[in-house]
Design a protein around this ligand. Sequence first.
Ligand SMILES: Nc1nc2c(ncn2[C@@H]2O[C@H](COP(=O)(O)OP(=O)(O)OP(=O)(O)O)[C@@H](O)[C@H]2O)c(=O)[nH]1
Ligand SMILES: [Mg+2]
Length: 216
Amino acid sequence: MKIKVVKDILDANEQIAQRNRQLFDSNKVFAVNLMSSPGAGKTSLILQTIKRLKGKTRLGVIEGDISSSLDAELIARESVPVVQINTGGECHLDANMASSALGSLPLKDIELLLIENVGNLVCPAEFALGEHRKVLISSIPEGDDKPFKYPLMFHQADAVLINKIDLLPYLKFDTQAFSQTIKGINQKVEVFPISCTTGQGIEQWVSWLLSQMEKG
Ligand SMILES: Nc1nc2c(ncn2[C@@H]2O[C@H](COP(=O)(O)OP(=O)(O)OP(=O)(O)O)[C@@H](O)[C@H]2O)c(=O)[nH]1
Ligand SMILES: [Mg+2]
């Protein structure tokens, strides 16, 4: 009985996610669901991406957090359309929350919508939002064992960014073994070592993102 309830919730989410996807496609918006544990660097990555694409690609952002509008305030300073969703305790965004936020964004003026999910390596993987790509950000301080502990997230990702590589001299993290483990779980995944602090690897990430937008 309990399992059926969970399945019903996921089925309902899937239907709303498909409606969101139709809305994205009819407005020619390419949507990316950015997921990570708390503090891995989702907002920093969005800010770096805005820096590279400003004036070239019209961006929009949805910020998901349990509470506060701190991240949205950082994005708003860049004069990019942004909506903050507060889940009020839920550990992930769902398609219905994303749908409510879409009404407050000028979709016709947006080509690339970056959706920052709630910091969590478990629940966001279960709830589609209607996005075109899922991107997972891992970071050096979290340790290189995360693909073994949270395989679903790594299995679903179209790209995994290994952030904070500027900290490699100080922390034990085997980047090569980490990448190999991810490829073992998910053969199609792209892996990019990056640093949002130094800007290393951001060029490659942005090129990949633009190539994915072309593919749709
Ligand atoms: N050393 C280093 N620190 C970084 C890097 N990227 C982000 N940080 C720092 O990591 C902390 C968290 O970064 P955020 O971008 O806020 O992370 P987040 O994933 O958006 O966090 P939540 O929204 O709270 O889940 C901040 O203090 C950043 O300055 C990086 O490449 N190197
Ligand atoms: Mg954030």
